[in-house]
Write a protein that binds this ligand. Structure first.
Ligand code: PMP
Length: 412
């Protein structure tokens, strides 16, 4: 990496602490990431010096706040290679972004008999909004399955995506299986049949270079807090023609052009969708996170995480009784690694790892249909990011081995 790893860790003061008398190893990055000083300082600076409401003030602070807020939008657009800041709506995060597409585009364009295609590996955020839209509209929701190694079954995708399909919505990277889905090929397939392609970028945007124009997706959703930014802010990319044709979802201040007693008109993009006072500091914080990531380079972040996966995945696979989900080939696996130790509930495993200072998540990871598909109630999940290193990977492996020994000896 351009920056030395050691230097990177020091940018994240929270990592410098002991948990249960052990040096913390934070491996819950798929849930949320830690924040570098630069992001916290950007929030601090905004509140100490520039805090004001945006867009409607002529005083100096309002102008400064507006400039920083809109500057963050431009950074966000450039970060995913959107053609313009008009393509970027600020939302609360991936969940709200996906709900907005379903509530606006879906409500306007889906009718009885239409089909929506997703996959069995979707996060509930990319499943329930489509399920509910399908129920409201008497449309049909269809699921693409996976091969045994967890990769998406593209042959099945080709069968399921037909002229009846109106929306295809797939995670770019799975938050459980760690696979990268072929969004560009899926978008081409969707477009061949006149459908739109939605990408859930919650686990991709933070970890690899993303180019929405190259992918040719119609919409793309992501969260600030999973890419070093604050919670409560995220983005929705949309193609301009689609966004222009869509009705706003919420109404109120900020999004109107003109209000009369019995009718109103809306601002142009992107403000037409952003009713009320937005998360100004959140957007500025996400902008600072983007600056931080770009200074390192997303290609470097991706390379670094891949090196950790290349190192740790074979070690995990070598542990007897540890079932690892998703591809066993490290080149097909990103830094999200889900696993179960035979005979032990994943919550107990996660608690045992926490006793060793290693923070992982256990549960269904907001992917209950995927758990059903895998025939497991839950899994443990370690997820790596740019500040993790080989030592963190060793600590995970050692902690799993220690838990295995501990519970094998009946110490339950
Ligand atoms: N999709 C995927 C693939 C995710 O991993 C997550 C977060 N776990 C979400 C959507 C939802 O993101 P948020 O909670 O930030 O809205």
């Amino acid at each position: 990496m351009v920056k030395q790893l050691k230097t990177i860790k020091t940018d994240f003061p929270i990592l410098d602490q002991k948990v249960n008398d052990e040096q913390l190893v934070y491996l819950d990055n798929a849930a949320t990431t830690q924040k570098p000083k630069a992001v916290v300082e950007a929030l601090d600076h905004y509140y100490y010096h520039d805090n004001a409401n945006v867009h409607r003030g002529v005083h100096t602070l309002a102008e400064r706040a507006t400039e920083q807020f809109e500057n963050a939008r431009e950074k966000t657009a450039a970060f995913i290679n959107a053609p313009s800041k008009r393509n970027i709506l600020f939302t609360r995060g991936t969940t709200q972004s996906l709900n907005w597409i379903a509530a606006s585009y879906g409500e306007q364009n889906i009718k009885a008999g239409d089909e929506i295609v997703i996959s069995y590996m979707e996060h509930h955020s990319n499943l329930v909004p489509w399920q509910q839209l399908a129920l409201r509209k008497h449309a049909t929701l269809k699921y693409i399955g996976m091969h045994d190694d967890g990769t998406l079954d593209m042959a099945q995708a080709k069968e399921l995506i037909t002229d009846k399909t109106k929306i295809v919505s797939i995670a770019h990277v799975s938050n459980v299986l760690g696979v990268v889905n072929p969004l560009k090929a899926l978008a081409a397939l969707a477009h061949e049949h006149g459908a739109i392609m939605v990408g859930d970028g919650a686990q991709s945007v933070p970890h690899m270079p993303v180019d929405v124009q190259d992918l040719d997706v119609d919409f793309y959703a992501f969260s600030g807090h999973k890419m070093l930014g604050p919670t409560g802010i995220g983005g929705l990319y949309g193609k301009e023609a689609l966004l222009n044709a869509m009705p706003p979802i919420e109404f109120g201040g900020e999004m109107i052009d003109f209000v009369d007693l019995y009718e109103s008109s809306w601002k142009e993009l992107p403000w037409k969708f952003e009713a009320g006072t937005p998360d100004i500091s959140g957007a500025i914080g996400m902008g600072a996170a983007i600056d931080y990531l770009e200074a390192i380079g997303l290609d470097q972040v991706q390379k670094h995480e891949q090196a950790i996966v290349d190192y740790v995945l074979p070690k995990l696979l070598a542990i007897d009784d540890l079932e690892v989900y998703g591809p066993q080939d490290p080149s097909k696996h990103t830094g999200v690694i889900a696993f179960n130790l035979k005979g032990l509930h994943p919550h107990d495993l996660a608690t045992a790892l926490d006793m060793e200072g290693v923070a992982v998540r256990a549960g269904h990871h907001c992917a209950q249909p995927l758990m059903k598909y895998l025939s497991v109630p839950a899994t443990a999940r370690a997820s790596f990011y740019l500040y993790n290193d080989f030592n963190d990977a060793d600590r995970l492996v050692d902690a799993i081995k220690a838990a295995k020994e501990f519970f094998k000896n009946g110490a339950i």
